[in-house]
Ligand binder design. Sequence first.
Ligand code: ADP
Length: 473
Amino acid sequence: MKLRTKFSLLNSFLIIAVILGVSIFLFIAEKRLLIQEMEKNQTNIIKGLAQVGKESLITNDEILLINYVNLVERTRGVMYAMVTAPQGKILAHTDVNLLGTIANDTIAIKARSSNELVTQSYVDKGKQNIVDIALPIFINQNKTGIARIGFSRDSLHEIVEETLRETRRRIFGVAIVVLIIGFIGAIILAQMMTRPIKQMAKGAELIGQGKLDTTIVVKSNDELESLARDLNKMSSQLKEIDQMKSDFLASVTHELKSPLTSLIMYVDLFLQGAAGKLNEKAEKFLKIMERSSKRLSRFIDDLLDMAKIERGKMEIKKESLEILPIVSEIAELIKPQADEKDIEIAMNIPDNLPLVFVDGDRTRQIITNLLSNSVKFTPEKGKISIKIQDEKECLQLSLSDTGIGIPPEQIGKIFDKFEQVKEIRERVKGPRGTGLGLAIVKSLVEAQGGKIWVESEVDKGSTFYFTLPKQTT
Ligand code: ADP
């Protein structure tokens, strides 16, 4: 999982947890507040009834009391209201039929002996949950009556639920808005945090690929910025060391090249009989010397080419050329090696190909290298096919062999310098090679504006493709 996704998920999870926590807390707090409010309200209503009861008892105004009791009944949640004498005789009741009767239920008995607010819950005949509240009425410290109200618990519950429903809707709305803002914020935050890490990872990858000119730019004003600075310092030190190594290699190989060239020349002169006729043994030894020194010379040429490429000093002199003669010339040149292993080289090249705009010598070097690799890595009685296809802006050349192939995990590496597939090297007879050929070929193809790639299957064969730019008119 990507670092950015991880950060976003973590932040989002935290946001959801916080919002959920806050919402639940708000909801519970609101519910508690509402219940407290309802209870306060009930106390106020009973206090109001007791007050009016007191006044009507003082003034003997029964009508006032009855009217007030009826008014109280209209309050939502009130099931009944009454005012009784201290011993239970009903003086006013929402049910007029009960006027004058004696209230003798448990709450009436409880209230009779209490000077405080009395509350009791019960289920009535209609299976309703009722909370009955009774408050004594005092005139000059004498208990002269009792005010009582029965509240329907279900209807109070309904009122609480209704209000809470609204609260829930409000909290949900706010939570959604905060959640959206939070998610966007989480993504932006994650992006801000992972950008410098990504830049560094990309830079480190490029440095790892040998692109030592890479500079990682991170301006985050924190530890990541100093880490990027350290990486840059490391890559510039690596570059210095790499440069020293290249310079050393270039001068050593250069120094080796001239004596080796004269060695090859003199061996050649000996073989041509310039120093008199050679006996069979001398000729055999000289031929071995010739082969070995030529191989060494090729290795030195490769090293010098690589050094030139790395210093950006490889000269490419482009000109308009016909590709067919070049391919045929090299196929002819390699043929003796192919014949030794009974390998057939087949060419499938259409007529009237357009001209290419390339460096002739470098193109020869590319094809020679690829073709001799094909011969080297193809067992006896194999086949090599050379094809050319006319593409839009380039000619695409392909060299297919029925050789030993390249394992998939190695395909990405074989164009790197000094890279050789171990299993292949062990299976192939003859000189071991240097692992520089394909690195040089790739640089030369790219320096001419082309591309190179390979498709391969172990024990079936490989096809190397490369493109050469066409001449533009
Ligand atoms: P060298 O041939 O000197 O080893 P190259 O750079 O030319 O170096 O090739 C690198 C490696 O790629 C070879 O060692 C071999 O493992 C692999 N390779 C190249 N061409 C082929 C091919 N046609 N078939 C199979 N493997 C190949």
